[in-house]
Design a protein around this ligand. Structure first.
Ligand SMILES: O=C(O)CCC(=O)C(=O)O
Length: 294
């Protein structure tokens, strides 16, 4: 077993006091399949990150390219620091254990009046991992409310892997335009209302989605996918992941920090990582791909 230890900014700058979850929060997450809101940073600090993002977007025709929005932390140093941030990782450790990998990190960005939405789904549908010891930390860069298309979760749906179907709707923000093949009880769904700088955590099997942004304000959040380091890929070539805390278990090739935003070396490594990622996802989309193992 490899003995690599996490070396991100979070590992370097671990505060003395951990932002631990209370026992009742852990129980709540295990029962309901999600936890929110959790305050990560003050709104003013988040506003700085949003400005950083806007600056990069302004240099790229107003948006990050979709292909650059899958493992964004491998291209943007401050995103690398965010996925290592102890204020995010401490609560995640309480749910996943001490050895944690970041599997992906991408923005879900809804501009005012755009039809983009997210159909009801489980995140696990195309991950192809050996167990559901995984979760998403959704970090709000802007306020996220019902009228600007906040995430909505269907509580207590994380006990079962559900069948999904692939759709064609290009306004669906999911890579496979997938949705659960069963009726979801939308009436009992919970709105995940967040202020900028807060996050929610949802289990990899929790059914969730979101509606279009009907407001005049942007709604943007970074969805960080964390997995327990003991998980393995069920088939195909080895995947890649970022060790963000604890000890590597040797099941993935470890990813490296970007030298600078969109640095040529980071972009070159990213092209290889992305090819491996796409292969994994497409394997899971094939009819015999097995679908939502984890
Ligand atoms: O941001 C959204 O509206 C949906 C996010 C989502 O589906 C996810 O994080 O998996």
């Amino acid at each position: 077993m490899a003995e690599t230890a996490a070396t991100g900014a979070g590992a370097r700058a671990r505060p003395a006091a951990r932002s631990r979850l209370r026992a009742e929060d852990v129980a709540n997450y295990r029962r309901e399949g999600f936890l929110a809101p959790i305050t990560v940073m003050p709104p003013a600090e988040m506003a700085e990150r949003l400005r950083d993002l806007e600056q990069l977007e302004a240099e790229r025709a107003g948006r990050l390219a979709p292909t650059h929005n899958i493992k964004t932390h491998l291209l943007i140093p401050w995103a690398w620091d965010l996925v290592h941030d102890p204020r995010i990782l401490d609560p995640v450790e309480d749910l996943l254990g001490p050895d944690i990998l970041c599997w992906a990190a991408g923005f879900f960005d809804k501009r005012p009046g755009e039809p983009q939405h997210v159909t009801w789904h489980q995140d696990a549908s195309y991950w192809g991992l050996s167990a559901p010891d995984a979760l998403t930390a959704w970090l709000a860069f802007t306020p996220s409310r019902r009228n600007n298309g906040c995430m909505r979760v269907s509580p207590r749906t994380h006990g079962t892997v559900l069948p999904h179907v692939q759709g064609q709707d290009r306004t669906n923000m999911l890579p496979g335009r997938e949705s659960v093949a069963l009726d979801v009880d939308a009436a009992s769904a919970v709105d995940i209302v967040l202020e900028a700088g807060q996050m929610s955590l949802h289990h990899v099997l929790t059914v969730h989605g979101s509606e279009a942004n009907r407001s005049t304000e942007r709604r943007c959040g970074l969805a960080i996918r964390y997995i327990a380091a003991h998980l393995t890929k069920l088939k195909g070539a080895r995947g890649t992941a970022t060790l963000v805390r604890g000890r590597d278990h040797g099941h993935f090739d470890l990813e490296a920090a970007p030298e600078a935003a969109f640095h040529p070396d980071a972009l070159a490594r990213y092209a290889t990582v992305l090819r491996s990622w796409m292969r994994g996802v497409f394997d899971e989309m094939t009819p015999d791909g097995g679908g939502a193992q984890a």
